[in-house]
Design a protein around this ligand. Structure first.
Ligand code: 9MR
Length: 591
């Protein structure tokens, strides 16, 4: 183990556990009793002060959410000395509809001194501790990437890299059958192919190309936008000693699998590699059921083309041969999709795992076209994107239009004259402006609205942040950065549930994520660095759960229970924007 390795493993594995084990208040994880200075004649208010439980860079926008107390001021208390170090006025009370809560904001952005603090308001318990520090998101960013390593298929996780979460290899995927839905003349039903490696999608053990699209892209974009940050990072993964940055090593684990999901005979890409049914709560090596590649489709093939086009330019400086192979794969996938423009995914009757079905294909088409244009400079791809008809939206696995604009905006100054540069900038800033308006209008100071509390709502928050950060990188509008900060705050504890939704990072973190290895490994604490999906108004799992949701309100529809696949699962497309946003805020917040 070299020094860098020791440093990072200390942070990624040890520190969060120390924080969890010790809590913020002496070890039992409970909220502190109101301090003497807060017990006055003022009637106690109900509710707790919500803060980002990790904290802030010194120059960050800094908010806490306070219940509707009668006091009009708040103070920051040095957590170790108990001294008051800052006072400010509370904003007026307003209701945040998704939670039905009336709240007041405490803004202490102008306080920049590194240290550990609590927010104190007379009549209510002090907030959890949080830190102000220059490197505040480094450990979180590393752990969020390392979570992908923990979800690797086809390999044993060694103790030297995985610590107590070491496990045997599962799913070699060297004996995968072509399912009837995927049969072709060259590969009839039952043909055996190999497609090892890749990441498990989520709490289940299947591998889906559509969801790998946005996930792998978000990680590639993190690297492409902030290469210096990621070149300096050591994640203590098996490849840490090679010449590739660790983030690119981790991404390559999935890209190698994706390349095997393309049929070399025609360029089409299989939709997924899957069991017929979801496994029980067992470790990866305890499964062993037959796996299949299922139906080639336009959505999977275009997702593949987009990701390979990006990967081709990102890996080019490190491995020209691999880069050419990726571009050729992207172009043959594109050709297949042009010849087969409307093959939507239909789940075969005997396959019960995740569908990732998507009837709208124009967004995947636009995204693949944009990436191929950026990588090759070929104007035909730009025109094929149909830019004037393609809007920028907050990305999700089912709507990837926004990713096209992210890449075009990042490469703006190098694009050829066919590209409408004013349109590209306008698409990004118009979306960022809308999100800023929602942020300003929100009592909780987050752009999340009622309709955003869907499956994986925490990823909606982080993808909103990712789009705001594109606006900031384009024109330096500080509101965009501040709204993005608020969204990370939301995910890390400034939300109505009081949970910091990343396992091991914060004071009150999910303990029972819907993640088979975390459930089956016999270790009480879940694997660190995973983002829980978060509050989900649908509550589709309510009838499968032995406990009730605490509320029907969208922003409170969260259960920290293994049963809750609808609010407490983890997924690669949710962790990926956590990586992007934590890394970007670490780099972009003025130092
Ligand atoms: O994230 C997906 C969500 O948008 C869908 O509504 C949901 C139901 O189809 O599926 C989610 O994705 C799951 C996938 O199908 C299988 N692996 C776990 C994913 C996260 O729950």
């Amino acid at each position: 183990m070299n020094l860098r390795t020791i440093y990072l493993s200390l942070f990624t594995l040890t520190l969060p556990w120390l924080l969890v084990a010790c809590g913020s208040n002496g070890g039992d994880g409970r909220q502190p009793a109101p301090s003497s200075s807060s017990s006055s004649s003022v009637a106690p208010a109900s509710g707790t002060i919500k803060v980002n439980q990790l904290g802030f860079l010194p120059a960050a926008h800094k908010l806490a959410v306070v219940p509707p107390v009668s006091a009009d001021s708040f103070a920051l208390i040095d957590a170790s000395t108990g001294n008051e170090v800052y006072t400010g006025n509370l904003g007026g009370a307003a209701t945040w509809a998704p939670a039905g809560d009336s709240v007041r904001l405490a803004d202490f952005s102008s306080f920049t001194t590194p240290g550990e603090y609590r927010v104190r308001v007379v009549g209510i318990a002090d907030s959890n501790r949080f830190r102000i520090a220059q490197d505040i998101y480094q450990p979180l960013n590393g752990a969020a990437i390392k979570a992908f390593y923990f979800n690797r298929a086809s390999t044993a996780l060694l103790e030297s890299h995985a610590g107590v979460y070491a496990r045997a290899a599962g799913h070699p995927d060297t004996n995968v059958q072509v399912h009837a839905s995927a049969a072709s003349p060259e590969r009839p039903e039952g043909t055996v192919i190999q497609a090892p490696k890749g990441w498990y999608d989520a709490g289940d053990y299947n591998k889906y190309i559509v969801n790998s699209g946005i996930s792998t892209y978000s990680l590639l974009a993190a690297y492409e936008h902030f290469p210096d940050h990621y070149q300096g990072q050591n994640l203590n993964i098996p490849e840490s000693d090679n010449t590739l940055p660790d983030l690119l090593d981790e991404i390559l684990w999935n890209l190698e699998w994706m390349l095997d999901m393309q049929d070399p005979n025609d360029g089409g890409v299989y939709h997924k590699l899957t069991d017929k049914e979801f496994d029980g709560a067992v470790m990866p090596h305890e499964t062993g059921t037959q796996r299949y590649v299922v139906q080639k489709g336009t959505s999977a093939t275009l997702n593949f083309a987009a990701v390979m086009a990006v990967a081709s330019r990102v890996y080019e400086p490190f491995n020209a041969e691999l880069s050419s192979e990726m571009l050729a794969a992207a172009e043959s996938a594109w050709a297949w999709a042009q010849a087969n423009p409307g093959v939507t995914y239909t789940q075969p009757a005997d396959i019960k795992t995740g569908a990732y079905g998507d009837a709208t294909l124009t967004d995947e088409h636009a995204w693949a076209a944009a990436e191929l244009y950026i990588t090759t400079g070929n104007a035909a791809y730009y025109n094929s994107m149909n830019p004037t008809q393609t809007q920028a939206t907050v990305p999700s696995w089912g709507d990837v239009r926004g990713l096209a604009w992210v890449s075009l905006a990042h490469h703006l100054s190098n694009l050829t004259e066919v590209a409408d540069k004013a349109l590209i900038a306008q698409r990004i800033t118009a979306l960022a402006d809308t999100l800023v308006e929602d942020w300003e209008a929100s009592a909780y100071a987050v752009p999340m609205r009622q309709q955003n509390f869907v499956w994986g709502s925490n990823s909606v928050a982080l993808n909103q942040a990712m789009m705001l950060l594109q606006g900031f990188q384009l024109n330096g509008n500080r509101d965009y950065l501040n709204a993005a900060q608020s969204l990370l705050d939301y995910v890390l504890g400034r939300n109505p549930t009081d949970f910091s939704f990343v396992t091991g990072y914060g004071v009150k973190t999910p303990q029972h994520i819907h993640h088979r290895p975390s459930e089956a490994d016999g270790i009480a604490a879940p694997i660190p660095g995973f983002l829980a999906g978060g509050p989900h108004a649908g509550q589709q799992d309510a009838s499968d759960c032995p406990v009730s949701y605490p509320s029907d309100l969208p922003a409170k529809s969260y259960l920290d229970h293994w049963c809750s696949y609808a609010s407490n699962e983890i997924a690669i497309n949710w962790n990926a924007p956590l990586v992007y946003v934590s890394g970007a805020l670490q780099v972009l917040t003025e130092q």
